[in-house]
Design a protein around this ligand. Structure first.
Ligand code: RB5
Length: 148
């Protein structure tokens, strides 16, 4: 499994923790920055990670800013991206099963590291159920195509 991860300054600390956690589990993970707490603009990192996931260079992406909101809004502007902002394990599972989300957005100023790591593990550990959910995801793609 190949994963791209990125953050702004508000998500930097949590990104480092998630990166180390996944690296220690043997996951093939690439860090798109940022690499310190200097102020940066989250759309720049969202776009880089989202483009790489949409181009299928990675199976999944993880984006972290202060709230996760800016990253999720920006990532969802990239065609083919279904970015889910998640703060609990139930939603982490559901968004993989039902939405086939390909990017996880997290709030570095919202979540503690323990919950954040559980969310990451649950999200990566579940697969899209397809079936009736495929029809719904296809309708999301139809919306995307109609509005471009
Ligand atoms: C940066 O201060 C903050 O706005 C950003 O990390 C994020 O929370 C935006 O949605």
């Amino acid at each position: 499994m190949k994963i791209a991860i990125g953050s702004d300054h508000g998500g930097y600390g949590l990104k480092e923790i998630i990166y180390r956690h996944l690296k220690d589990k043997g996951v093939d993970i690439t860090d798109y920055g940022t690499h310190n707490e200097d102020s940066v603009d989250y759309p720049d990192y969202a776009e880089r990670v989202a483009e790489a996931v949409a181009a299928e260079k990675y199976d999944f992406g993880i984006l972290i800013c202060g709230t996760g909101i800016g990253m999720s809004i920006a990532a969802n502007k990239v065609k083919g991206i279904r970015c889910a902002l998640v703060s609990d394990c139930f939603s982490a599972r559901a968004t993989r099963l039902h939405n086939d989300s390909n990017i996880l957005a997290l709030g570095g100023r919202v979540l503690g590291p323990g919950l954040a790591l559980e969310i990451v593990d649950v999200w990566l550990g579940n697969e899209f159920e397809a079936g009736r959910h495929q029809r719904r995801v296809d309708k999301i793609t139809d919306i995307e195509n109609r509005h471009r």
